[in-house]
Ligand binder design. Structure first.
Ligand SMILES: Cc1ncc(COP(=O)(O)O)c(C=O)c1O
Length: 365
């Protein structure tokens, strides 16, 4: 069959679909620049520069049952997450990264033509997964400081609205949403998905409120604070009824046994991991101070593990390229509502030093 023939058979709404633009791997970059893979400084995907708990590496090296499927009901995992979050296991569903739960929650609520309210600019997976359901994204712009416009969100609600998605703090801008704003939106009665991927860095959560509301859901992840992005482990806290539906529609073995083992060991090593979270938060504030000294950048205060900057003088894409040539990966944006800007993940102190040295060199050119 010809390529045109295939295109006629696939879903018409997906023929021209623009996918998600994912971060570049250090191996891919090392092939194109004169920096060895171990010298690459990866500040483009908000990963944890300190890695995971050493206990995870130890235990996974000797795990004897990789030949056996994981528990489809996630019984032990949900108990472990109950211990960590303080919310009953019956409210919890885990996934292969919180990306997968975004997808699953949207698939649970959104059918073709249903509306999803999204406060843009924000995490692109909300657009991606809405499109996968053939839903309609209703975009409510944030204000000039990237705060959510609560009254505009409420006005955007229509008969077709199925869910409102809120990243708190927001990616890529690092902006928090005050708890009273979230509750004002929850009070509309529309299902609200609060994505708290960076909650360990922000310290602000509505997790404990899920048991009080029938329409509030919170998503979280082990990718950022626990350094487990590569093992893909996310979870959500839901009203019990919604958790039950999600457990029914998820793929049976959606969290692998290595990820379950990694959660078990990470939770035994909380002090170690939280010390690193503290180090990242302290480094975020130092990085913010350093970036603020450059007259051609405008960094925005962040509650996450990255800093978003407007480039006031010069082109963000060129700066990103110049950094990449020096082996430093950052993310750049140049699209409506995200004009000429960079997002820089917080690394170790030596990464900040290397980044600042490179930015000063680039700025002098
Ligand atoms: C707001 C937000 N939600 C969810 C995710 C996905 O995290 P993961 O799928 O690694 O758990 C990210 C990752 O960058 C994010 O920024």
């Amino acid at each position: 069959m010809s390529e045109e023939g295939i295109a006629k058979l696939i879903r018409s709404d997906l023929v021209a679909f623009g996918g998600y633009s994912a971060s570049k791997s250090p191996e891919t970059l090392a092939e194109t620049v004169k920096v060895p893979v171990e010298g690459i400084i990866k500040l483009d995907a908000n990963e944890n520069p300190y890695g995971c708990s050493p206990r995870v590496k130890q235990v996974l090296g000797t795990y004897p049952y990789f030949n056996i499927y994981p528990d489809a009901n996630q019984t032990e995992l949900r108990k472990l997450l109950q211990g960590y979050t303080g919310v009953g296991a019956e409210h919890i569903v885990a996934s292969s990264g919180s990306d997968q739960l975004i997808d699953l929650v949207l698939r649970l609520f959104v059918a073709s033509g249903d509306e999803v309210i999204n406060c843009v600019p924000t995490f692109d997976m909300f657009r991606f997964s809405t499109a996968m359901c053939n839903g309609k994204l209703v975009e409510v712009p944030r204000d000039e400081n990237y705060l959510v416009n609560v009254s505009a969100v409420k006005k955007a609600i229509s008969k077709k609205t199925k869910i409102i998605v809120l990243a708190n703090p927001n990616n890529p801008t690092g902006t928090p949403i005050p708890k009273q704003d979230i509750l004002e939106i929850v009070d509309t009665g529309v299902p609200v998905m609060a994505d708290e991927a960076y909650v360990e860095f922000s310290g602000e959560t509505v997790t404990q409120l899920v048991t009080r509301y029938k329409n509030l859901m919170v998503l979280r992840t082990f990718s950022k604070w626990a350094g487990l992005a590569g093992l893909r482990i996310g979870y959500g806290i839901f009203p019990v009824k919604i958790a039950e539906y999600l457990l029914k529609i998820k793929l049976p073995y959606n969290v692998n046994v290595a990820a379950v083992g990694a959660v078990r060991e990470s939770l035994k090593d909380l002090d170690y991991l939280m010390d690193r979270v503290k180090a990242i938060v302290a480094e975020r504030e130092r990085l913010f101070g350093e970036l603020s000294k450059l007259k051609w950048l405008k960094p925005f205060p962040s509650r996450a593990n990255f800093i978003f900057c407007h480039v006031l003088n010069g082109k963000a894409s060129q700066i990103q390229q110049e950094l990449e040539r020096r082996g430093i990966l950052v993310r750049y944006f140049d699209q409506p509502l995200l004009r000429n800007s960079l997002r820089i993940s917080v690394g170790k102190p030596e990464h900040t030093d290397a980044l600042m040295k490179a930015l000063k060199e680039i700025g002098e050119k």
